[in-house]
Write a protein that binds this ligand. Sequence first.
Ligand SMILES: Nc1ncnc2c1ncn2[C@@H]1O[C@H](COP(=O)(O)OP(=O)(O)OP(=O)(O)O)[C@@H](O)[C@H]1O
Ligand SMILES: [Mg+2]
Length: 399
Amino acid sequence: MDPRTNPYAPGAGTPPPELAGRDDIMQRAAIALDRIRHGRPARSLLLMGLRGAGKTVLLNRIALDAEDAGIEACLIEAPEGRSLPSILAPALRVPLLRLDRRKAAGASTGRALRVLGSFVRGMRVRYGDLEFGVDLGSENGVADTGDLEVDLTALLVTIGESARERSTALVLLIDELQYVKEIELAALIAALHRCAQLQLPITLMGAGLPQLAGQLGEAKSYAERMFEFAEIGALDEAAARLALQAPAAALGVSFEAAALDDIYRHTQGYPYFLQTWGKYAWDVADFSPIDQKDVYEATTLVLAELDASFFRVRLDRLTPAEKAYLRAMAELGPGPHRSGDIAAELGKSVRTVAPTRAKLIAKGMVYSPAHGDTSFTVPLFDAFMRRVMPAGADDAEPG
Ligand SMILES: Nc1ncnc2c1ncn2[C@@H]1O[C@H](COP(=O)(O)OP(=O)(O)OP(=O)(O)O)[C@@H](O)[C@H]1O
Ligand SMILES: [Mg+2]
């Protein structure tokens, strides 16, 4: 088929041609935002799932839908190693300007922006990475103590009041929320908690790796009552078929049922893999319908590409001991695995390998779905590890 019209979109945060299987979650997000806008209680939604499961595209879609509904959206990605104030403050400027421009009788003008200015001034001493220097004015004595929890609460309360005066709401959408440090997460939760008590129309929707639920609970014990955790996982078979078929059908192309079965088996319904298989199957097929032979041919190419990119970049950040740990996990299958079983596979004690496991968790490679269990954060990673580190060559560095 013509690669120029190939509809599939493997990538990070790249909108898929068909956002399959997520209607229910989009609906839940829309309802929660509408309730919050009207001062009614609703739990914020946190999307949790493995790498490539489709969290970012879903969060982006929720942001677009919110804006369509007249709600201000502030979309942020938390990069590893940056402070929350340094990513939050610059991102708030434009939504606050937009909010401010909405005229409403009796609404204060410019106040939320001035309080943002105070917040930046107060935070700058402690957070060296806060380089945001635009002159927003300031509001003396509000949000400028230098204490994150106090100032963030004052800032979000002010924004919430400003949104309420204008009969709208503001939603913060933070992607990769697991990278926000515990103490900063605690401040954010406390600030949002205060806003919820005041029934202010401001909330958070977030996305992150599965360890996020535990991190929030550690940060503030009441967090689990404030948030609804939505698991963003593999698509079921019907949704996976739709993700592949709908974009092709729009271009007059179809798949043989057996070809779809094969792709589902290889991808296990994980969105990133569906896009990748779809893309290659389209390119190798000479004509419609795309059949099993096309999928078979595509699979060789897909695995070569995934091994060289998607999986590879993750492996390249690891030490030999960390790789050996993952290889031992892979030997046991997709997981989750008991820490004791992994240590036994390595021929070591649980205590000896605990630091390695902790580093792998910090690097986002594995997480603990339940106490004493360890799981990969990347789907199909076990098969990849077995491919790049074949059995009997455990000590060899994967080339
Ligand atoms: N519901 C869906 N239907 C079809 N394709 C999807 C769906 N969700 C995501 N995709 C595709 O899957 C890929 C990964 O999506 P996305 O970047 O949102 O994942 P992610 O969970 O944010 O991954 P990461 O944890 O690595 O950031 C993209 O190519 C996207 O187009
Ligand atoms: Mg993402």
